[in-house]
Design a protein around this ligand. Sequence first.
Ligand code: CUA
Length: 316
Amino acid sequence: MYIEAASNIAQIVDPIMNLINWISIISIVLIMGTAIYFAIRYRRRGPNDITSRTEGSLLFETIWTAVPTLLCVMFFLLGLSSFRQMREAPENSMEIRVSSAQWAWEFQYPESVGGGKVLKSYNTLYLEENQPTKLIMKSQDVIHSFFVPAFRVKEDIVANIFTYVWFTPLISEEQAATGRGEYNIFCAEYCGRNHSAMIGKAVVLKPAAFKKQMDELDAESGVVDAASGKKIFDSNCKSCHTLTGIKLVGPSFKGLWSATRTLEDGTTVTADENYIRDSLLNPGKQVVKGFVNLMPPQALSEEQILSIIEFLKTVK
Ligand code: CUA
């Protein structure tokens, strides 16, 4: 395989993938090689070169029916056994909840790792090396798909049912020296305009570093300041709102604080604390003129909302 392998699932999937690839490559070379050789060897050499009568061969026909059939049955059995392993999460799995929304990921860690609290991170999924992990996933809006190529897992995320994947995260050989592994999370289901920007990071940490990371999330969770607001902006808002005046799906945040906004219905409003809080929790309520509301309500704590307000004050 040409992509880093960073989970037990990769170790199950890769040998099968390689086997099927090699059998396919060898088959193509043999079949096409023989066809080209025969085309040259037995080509028509003149107007009187007439093909002699050829009888079928029971032996050859049996072989070329039986061998591919047995290969296909073998692929099926290998696929079935690996598929079963991929669907059966071990009892001791750490359960992390994943929520997807246009166009961001939210991860919720179990109370057991948050010291009794449910900690959250956005767009970055922290994982503990060698700890079987089950992701229980639900969408807040349209269908998304959770895809981490390095883990070899991909599963749709739907609004009305829970779906899951499980894997034991590992640090790939390529990143072993650094003691941590970073892998891309992609959304693999076209989910609207910023689908291609719905990218996250899966960070695999050693147990001690994972614990430290959870403590950091815990420490951050109650803090109100512009730096925390910037972090939330980077993970939740950046795909639709710029800080530079350029319009994306939503209006730019440049100079937003205390500015006067003209809304769809022609009324105006001052961008103060209440306006920003409303716009986060109920984005469809006051839509800026020239835009269509595509934003889902944000699941943010009051501290996070205050941090965003502090951050927006700094965006001049
Ligand atoms: Cu979410 Cu594509």
